[in-house]
Design a protein around this ligand. Structure first.
Ligand SMILES: [Zn+2]
Length: 647
């Protein structure tokens, strides 16, 4: 395997339960995620590139480099980071799917970034060139170190591909500048928006330079001591209310919380800090159990883009920023590698299918920003080519604040790096994708499997051994919802429990393992403490959350405000109708409540008359579509949680 880069992985811990199989060893060749990788290659990368140019965010670098652009400077405090996230996506992309045109564009943009760097290594187009403030003059809100962290992650993608270029040199010089400025005897404090921590930790892993780890530790440990100016919506906005190792749950701004946690997990793993790791595991588990929507989305408050309290999960007010899901994948993958526990793979799957896949449209030129679970009026459409200020629109070409599109694209470009792991004599496949995995076990033996599946549309995952040497174990993740799953090896079928289905034996090339996951649609009820979801159910089919959608102008659309689902009628999987980018819809049956008559005051002493009390209730069927495909057919009202008909 000498032809492959040593570690083409977004995260490469030196310790932990599992080691990632590099993206270069995982060739996704068909199915659900291959389509999205293709969309990334063919549309999303260029779409982001052209929009960043159009918004003038590259011009900020040109001006900083002393190249008068003749244009009015645009972009905000944090738009350097969007440039870096796109460069990271380019780096993952060219490492796996070489393309001389893309490689040349990456080199051109890397040269531009390098040219904007100041002589002493400092780099930010907002501070200095535009004279906003002196360097580090506004650590709480200036986003300087946040932007720097994204540059470091982009450089790590290059280094992991075995490349050293203008981008990596620039990033190392900036990291050295930051260590100089914030190291022992230097400035105290850190950035109001975490990200530098995870960037420094991964750069440490990629270069072995211990000062980056030391600096990341300083940033993590300084946090939570109320060193930032008090924020109007509370110190938790900056994660400055409680030290990282003392917190019990994630709170405040979701994306900030996820990025900080990702960097802190890296720090805990590399330093063997079990206390810190334990605290971070508890924070994740409490957050996942009490502050996460069915889709994996997080953030119940638009104000401060933040978590609500435990079980405060209103579907219509869900913020669920796409970036929060990208951050949650970063954290869950790190915790999976650290602990080896399968439920982190489940979380990643939920986030990928129901948040990440939801972001781009089917043609790769529009994105969601926030992701509510209930939309009462057809959403706000934006014109082609418009970058709206508000974030609660339907998918838009771009956004005035456009953190999400480049974040999704860098994840999709590196997705093959989140599929499988090795440890001891074991290869584990965590995400069921069609393609071939050929990699090395820790002892250097080469093993390989070819996986074929129509997952998530059906639950049959067939893995055929393509490389083998002696005895080793193959594990396939069995999602927590998959009760009744089975594994067939050499014609013998055994029941397997959620977790990992494992077979350890002397494998021969051509041996076949078939995992069967029951993906039939099922009804879900929320914890009773989620007040906003009482009396309602949702439908999940395999890993996919489904939703009811009333498309504007569509024939036969049901008034979703009046629909009450009848739990006694079995769910029925049916072929999806219309261009919803989905192979299966789920038909649910129920009744229509009589239309409410408007009153002066909506509250009365007796409960409203239910549809079941009407002489002949009107029955109706609704075909649910996967949540990720909602609004693919145009503006619509939408519900994930559906009221049930009273028994
Ligand atoms: Zn975002």
């Amino acid at each position: 395997m000498s032809h492959r880069p040593p570690e083409l992985s977004p995260v490469a811990p030196s310790l932990g339960a599992l080691s990632p199989v590099p993206a270069g060893d995982v060739h996704v060749t068909g199915g659900f995620w291959h389509a999205r990788q293709q969309l990334t290659t063919e549309k999303l990368l260029d779409h982001c590139d052209s929009w960043i140019e159009r918004m003038g965010w590259y011009d900020a670098f040109r001006v900083a480099a002393g190249q008068p652009s003749g244009k009015e400077l645009k972009g905000k405090l944090f738009t350097d980071a969007d440039v870096y996230k796109l460069l990271e996506a380019f780096a993952w992309e060219v490492a796996q799917r070489p393309d001389p045109v893309r490689e040349a564009r990456l080199a051109e943009l890397s040269g531009l970034v390098a040219a904007a760097q100041e002589d002493d290594g400092y780099l930010n187009t907002f501070f200095g060139p535009r004279g906003r403030d002196h360097r580090y003059g506004d650590l709480a809100d200036g986003h300087e170190l946040y932007c720097a962290g994204h540059l470091l992650q982009a450089a790590v993608a290059r280094l992991r591909a075995g490349v050293q270029d203008a981008l990596t040199t620039t990033a190392v010089r900036l990291a050295d500048r930051i260590c100089e400025d914030f190291g022992a005897g230097g400035l105290s404090g850190s950035d109001g928006h975490p990200e530098i921590e995870v960037g420094l930790m991964e750069l440490y892993r990629a270069t072995g330079e211990v000062r980056y780890l030391d600096q990341a530790r300083r940033f993590v440990e300084q946090r939570g001591h109320r060193t930032f100016p008090h924020h109007a919506i509370g110190d938790e906005y900056y994660l400055d209310d409680v030290p990282v190792r003392e917190a019990t749950v994630l709170r405040g701004h979701v994306v900030r919380a996820m990025y900080l946690t990702a960097g802190a997990v890296d720090l805990a793993v590399e330093t063997g800090d079990e206390e810190l790791l334990g605290a971070l595991v508890a924070q994740w588990e409490n957050t996942w159990a009490r502050r996460t929507y069915l889709t994996g989305g997080m953030g119940a408050h638009h104000l401060g883009e933040s978590f609500g309290k435990d079980f405060e999960l209103p579907p219509d007010r869900a913020y669920c920023e796409t970036c929060g899901a990208v951050g949650a994948v970063m954290v869950a993958w790190r915790l999976l590698l650290a602990t080896g526990e399968a439920h982190y793979g489940d979380a990643i799957e939920r986030l990928l299918y129901n948040m990440i896949a939801t972001s781009p449209n089917a043609t790769g030129d529009r994105f969601f920003y926030v992701n509510p679970l209930l939309v009462r009026e057809p959403g706000i459409s934006t014109a082609e080519g418009e970058a709206p200020f508000r974030k609660d629109t339907l998918r838009a070409s771009w956004f005035w604040v456009a953190c999400c599109p480049t974040n999704v694209v860098r994840l999709l470009a590196s997705l093959s790096g989140y599929v499988a792991t090795v440890h001891e004599n074991t290869l584990t496949v965590h995400q069921h994708v069609t393609g071939e995995i050929v990699t090395e076990l820790p002892d250097g033996r080469e093993v390989g499997v070819d996986v074929v599946t129509d997952y998530p549309w059906n639950g049959v995952v067939t893995a055929r051994v393509t490389r083998s040497a002696g005895s080793w174990a193959l594990r396939l993740r069995v999602p927590s919802w998959a009760t009744g799953a089975s594994l067939e090896v050499g014609g013998a079928v055994t029941a397997v429990e959620p977790g990992y289905a494992e077979v350890a034996r002397e494998w021969s090339v051509g041996d076949v393992v078939i995992l069967r996951l029951p993906v039939e649609a099922r009804l879900l009820h929320a914890d009773a403490r989620v007040d906003a979801l009482r009396g309602m159910v949702a439908v999940q089919r395999g890993p996919l959350v489904y939703c009811a959608e009333s498309v504007v102008g569509a024939q036969g659309s049901v008034d979703l405000d009046r629909f009450r689902l009848d739990e006694r009628v079995p769910l029925d999987s049916v072929a999806a109708d219309g261009p919803s980018d989905a192979a299966a819809a789920v038909r649910v049956s129920g009744v229509l409540a009589s239309a409410e008559t408007d009153r002066r005051w909506p509250y009365e002493g007796s409960p409203p008359v239910g549809p079941e009390e009407a002489a002949s209730p009107t029955r109706a069927d609704v075909d649910l579509v996967p949540y990720y495909a909602w609004s693919h057919r145009g503006p619509s009202t939408m519900r994930v949680w559906i009221p049930v008909q009273e028994p």
